[in-house]
Design a protein around this ligand. Structure first.
Ligand SMILES: C[C@H](O)[C@H](O)[C@H]1CNC2=NC(N)=NC(=O)C2=N1
Length: 117
């Protein structure tokens, strides 16, 4: 059952190619999944999850951005990356093909936590 998914489960999975025809994750399910992915928040519209990374300096923020970009290319699932205030990185995940959240977003969140830790 989906409700018993743990962080380990998500990070052991990979994104599936998506050009539509993939199930949407409801806001309720997203909230349950985020209990395990505690660095991430559900946006008010229920269609995106986001994480802030407040790093100590520009170089660290850019290093994280590049690590996430490399991961996104490997997984073929691409987050929005906002680097502002020279050292604050905000990562936003949604599945554009379905205009909302899919399991790919939670898989990516778990992998992102791994590469920036
Ligand atoms: C086939 C391939 O997986 C799709 O074109 C991907 C590419 N990266 C993507 N990234 C995100 N965030 N949403 C998508 O719908 C998406 N589509």
């Amino acid at each position: 059952m989906n409700e018993s998914k743990t962080l380990t489960d998500w990070s052991s999975r990979h994104c599936v190619p998506c050009e539509g025809g993939i199930d949407r994750v409801s806001a309720d399910a997203a909230k349950r999944y985020l209990v395990e992915l505690s660095n991430w928040s559900l946006e008010e519209d229920g269609k995106q999850i986001s994480r802030k990374l407040n790093t100590g300096d520009f170089q660290t923020a850019v290093r994280h951005l590049n690590a996430i970009a490399e991961l996104a290319e490997a997984e073929q699932h691409h987050p929005d990356l906002h680097l502002t205030g020279y050292r604050h990185l905000r990562v936003v995940l949604t599945t554009h093909a379905i205009g909302g959240l899919s399991e790919n977003d939670f898989v990516m969140a778990a992998h992102i936590d791994r590469v920036v830790s």
